[in-house]
Write a protein that binds this ligand. Structure first.
Ligand SMILES: [Zn+2]
Length: 126
């Protein structure tokens, strides 16, 4: 039984089932059937879907959600390729500019999601 403050319960409570990236809304699906075997999260930039494994404690679930949102963010800022292993040549300043603007956009388009994502991880602290 997950606590009320588990990120999955907060997503349900505030009826958040997508991440708005401006050009697309990525559907958030919590499931035992994540497409890639053996992973806890998976983002499909082709079909705009983020999968999260149902069996995760609050801390890992939050980290995985932010990890997958970051994959979507990289699509948004143009770090995208059919080959996930493609390397991009960016210096620190260029990369910082792109990522910080991308996060500003994500935070502004998804204020409640971002608020609950950072707000209640404290019950994981021992
Ligand atoms: Zn990843």
């Amino acid at each position: 039984m997950k606590k009320e403050t588990h990120i999955y319960n907060l997503l349900k409570k505030f009826k958040i089932d997508q991440v708005d990236l401006g050009y697309a809304k990525y559907k958030l699906i919590v499931t035992k059937e994540v497409p890639e075997n053996g992973v806890y999260g998976y983002t499909n930039p082709g079909s705009y879907v983020i999968f999260l494994h149902e069996d995760m404690d609050n801390g890992p679930a939050r980290e995985t959600l932010l990890h997958e949102i970051t994959h979507a963010l990289f699509e948004l800022i143009g770090f995208t390729s059919d080959n996930e292993e493609t390397k991009f040549e960016e210096n620190n300043e260029d990369l910082t500019l792109k990522i910080s603007r991308g996060y500003m956009l994500l935070i502004n388009l998804n204020p409640k999601l971002m608020e609950i994502l950072i707000s209640s991880g404290e019950d994981d602290v021992k």
